[in-house]
Design a protein around this ligand. Structure first.
Ligand code: CTP
Ligand code: MG
Length: 229
């Protein structure tokens, strides 16, 4: 069984609003995407890393030069994250067996470490339903859905991160059959709709998704820290 990484990096970063896609934002002097890819390159268990960018991407050749071992850039990005991933998976069809595991990981999570990848593979790598990194909710959760404020018990609640890892054939089927692509906010939710129960593996706050301008400084703080995670 092989483990492959698939990194969607075809977004525009509208909320970050730096004038170019946020995956190229320098963090400690290196583009965010390069940090993200390095986590997998430093992980011997991952056989190969695929990065999905948009067809018009003008930056990737400099950040991931053609000769860089272990990485393939796929210029097949779609209009949504889910489409980018689906397009990438289709291009993997010839090289991936049904049972090979695909670790889908957002380019916008540069704080991932090889240790976290190893932990995910160790705890969920053989689970037929796959698994994902997630964080237990620590704050008290409030809901305003029914017009008044209510408190939702936080036990049993998790915040989903990536990587999200599934057998190739299962993930392909889940994304091809997803009834409403806009309602699919992560890969695991598409797999859950098929009746599978992916395993949740505790991640780490350093694996935050860089979404807003203030997140970039937090990401740099974690990237500058030595961490056992
Ligand atoms: N992504 C993608 N293709 C898209 C949209 C998003 O590959 N059409 C990727 C992004 O590049 C990112 C990940 O999916 O690595 C998570 O998406 P998000 O954080 O929402 O990034 P953006 O869509 O770029 O940001 P925004 O929503 O603020 O525009
Ligand atoms: Mg987005």
């Amino acid at each position: 069984m092989n483990y492959f990484a698939l990194i969607p990096a075809a977004g525009v970063g509208a909320r970050m609003a730096v004038g170019y896609p946020k995956q190229y934002l320098p963090l400690l002097g290196r583009p965010m995407l390069r940090h993200t890819v390095e986590a997998f390159l430093r992980c011997p268990q991952v056989a190969h890393t695929y990065v999905v960018v948009s067809a018009e991407d003008a930056y990737v050749d400099e950040v991931l030069p053609a000769g860089l071992a272990g990485v393939t850039v796929l210029r097949c990005g779609g209009a949504t994250r889910m489409e980018s991933i689906r397009n990438g998976l289709r291009l993997l069809a010839e090289g991936a067996a049904a049972d090979d595991r695909v670790l889908v990981h957002d380019a916008a999570r540069p704080g991932l470490t090889p240790a976290l990848v190893d932990k995910l593979i160790a705890e969920a790598g053989r689970d037929p339903a796959g698994g994902l990194l997630a964080l237990p909710v620590v704050d008290t959760v409030k809901s305003t859905r029914r017009g008044s404020v209510a408190t939702t018990p936080r036990d049993g609640l998790w915040l989903a991160q990536t990587p999200q890892m599934f057998p190739y054939a299962l993930l392909m089927r889940a994304l091809e059959e997803a009834p409403d692509p806009d309602a699919i906010t992560d890969d695991a939710s598409a797999v859950e709709l098929l009746g599978f129960s992916p395993r949740l593996v505790e991640g780490h706050p350093r694996n935050l998704k860089v979404t807003l301008p203030t997140d970039a400084r937090i990401a740099e703080m974690y990237l500058s820290m030595d961490t056992e995670q």
